[in-house]
Design a protein. Structure first.
Ligand code: CIR
Length: 255
């Protein structure tokens, strides 16, 4: 979670048609823009230099740049997201990633979304199998991670959860915040695991950025727990992006 560079993408007007698993209403475009702008400001206040790419209205979900790619100090991986409407988003990130990284790998087979990939200190990387990330994609990703010096391992995303990181986040060197359902699977044994209170499952997606912790602002008991934990909190409005199943980690690529 120590990084000083990030890539994000401006939302296009089509974001209001973004994918969602439930029957939530469309977000408002102005609301998404406002939440996105506050998110970028929070990253910048955490000491991060953000490159903002132009909107790609032909891809409604393209502001969620962490699904079609992964970045590490050692290199980047262009992925193949599992939703058909998102499958070709990676090509639009390639030029930017090539300008920053000497090594830009791809996903030779299968499908994988970056939202299913949780990097932990020491180079252990959890890859959640989900409706978006299949076994072939996860296996191919493990091979590519190995080339960059990381050790991938398979986890199972709880049913009804979009991505592994919808239900879990790294908050410091040894602590993972997770939903009860994911923590109970035992996947994070060996880490300290904080579970979000029942009814605040959406609060499990937070973004540690250097000394700051970006969180949703509508999970009061989670905020109280994290506050006691000693992180410097930046609570952000997530009402509109939540309508299209998005969290805080997916709106940037960070290294
Ligand atoms: C999608 O369903 O793909 C988008 N509407 C939301 C993606 C959010 N990505 C993430 O949590 N990693």
């Amino acid at each position: 979670f120590d990084f000083n560079r990030a890539i994000a993408r401006t939302p296009g007007e089509t974001v209001i048609h973004g994918l969602r698993a439930g029957d939530q209403p469309d977000p408002s475009f102005e609301g998404v823009l406002r939440e996105h702008a506050a998110y970028l400001a929070a990253l910048r206040s955490a000491g991060v230099e953000v490159t903002l790419l132009p909107a790609l209205p032909e891809f409604p979900d393209s502001m969620f740049v962490e699904d079609p790619a992964l970045v590490f100090p050692e290199g980047a991986i262009l992925l193949r997201p599992g939703a058909p409407s998102r499958e070709h988003e990676a090509a639009h990130l390639a030029p930017e990633l090539n300008s920053h990284f000497a090594e830009v790998l791809d996903l030779p087979e299968g499908h994988a979304d970056g939202g299913d990939v949780l990097l932990t200190p020491g180079g252990r990387v959890f890859i959640g199998l989900s409706a978006r990330t299949d076994a072939a994609g996860a296996a191919a990703l493990i091979r590519q991670l190995d080339r960059l010096g990381y050790k991938g391992e398979i986890a199972h995303t709880p049913p009804g959860t979009l991505h592994l990181k919808t239900a879990s986040s790294l908050i410091d060197e040894e602590t993972i915040l997770a939903t009860e359902a994911l923590a109970a699977s035992g996947v994070f044994n060996g880490f300290r695991v904080l579970t979000v209170p029942a009814g605040e499952e959406g609060g499990a997606n937070v973004l540690r950025a250097n000394a700051h912790l970006l969180t949703g602002n509508r999970y009061p008991r989670t905020l109280e727990m994290l506050d006691r934990f000693g992180a410097k909190l930046i609570p952000l409005e997530v009402e509109q992006i939540s309508r299209i199943d998005a969290g805080l980690t997916c709106m940037s690529l960070r290294w």
